[in-house]
Design a protein. Structure first.
Length: 193
């Protein structure tokens, strides 16, 4: 087995790859990236100190989207369409905003401030979740492919961290509920730690 995926069990960016790799022989190296040994190990795997990272023989890849592209080429899977790429950009934007707000909150910074950074994050979250809710309602993300996996991982992670009230996004809630039955979802659930 030459493929090694480095990450944490709670990262939505790592989980998306773990779900997409269902049925593929690879090694998952789980790290606690915020403390001691895990933090030090992460420095050896990824110079930007983020997860996920992928090692495939001599090749190292440092970003979930780039890892997906690399593995898609390696396994001769079709490329994403431009529409799918745009969907990933929207999902990633929301996910990045939620991660930023969580890290600030854990650092003791109140995230309900009226500053440009906080306003931009909240506006981005509201706009992207509204769009994604509409798209799911219109039938997008029906196929369990990489964009749908990414959407599920983002929603489930946000709910785990209690960062958003999804009751105002009923189609996203319904989508998440349907995805809970998919292969690998239970095995990668960060709540089972």
């Amino acid at each position: 087995m030459s493929i090694k995926l480095i990450g944490s069990t709670t990262s939505p960016f790592v989980r998306r790859l773990r779900l997409w790799l269902q049925g593929v022989d690879y090694e998952f190296v789980a790290l606690n990236i915020f403390e001691g040994e895990g933090r030090e190990a992460l420095k050896t795997y990824n110079p930007v100190q983020k997860v996920p990272a992928l090692i495939d023989g001599e090749q190292e890849i440092y970003d979930s989207r780039v890892i997906f592209r690399y593995l898609s080429q390696k396994f001769e899977k079709p490329s994403l369409s431009w529409d799918e790429e745009n969907s990933l950009t929207v999902i990633d934007a929301a996910n990045d905003s939620f991660v930023s707000l969580l890290l600030l909150s854990r650092s003791g910074v109140p995230t309900d401030q009226d500053g440009i950074f906080f306003t931009l994050q909240q506006e981005r979250i509201k706009r992207t979740l509204t769009l994604l809710d509409e798209q799911v309602g219109a039938g997008k993300f029906k196929q369990w492919d990489y964009p749908a996996i990414c959407l599920f991982c983002m929603i489930d992670w946000v709910m785990l961290r209690e960062l958003c009230d999804f009751s105002v996004y009923p189609d996203l809630l319904r989508f998440r509920h349907q995805c809970l039955k998919r292969d690998g979802v239970e095995n990668t659930d960060p709540r089972k730690g």
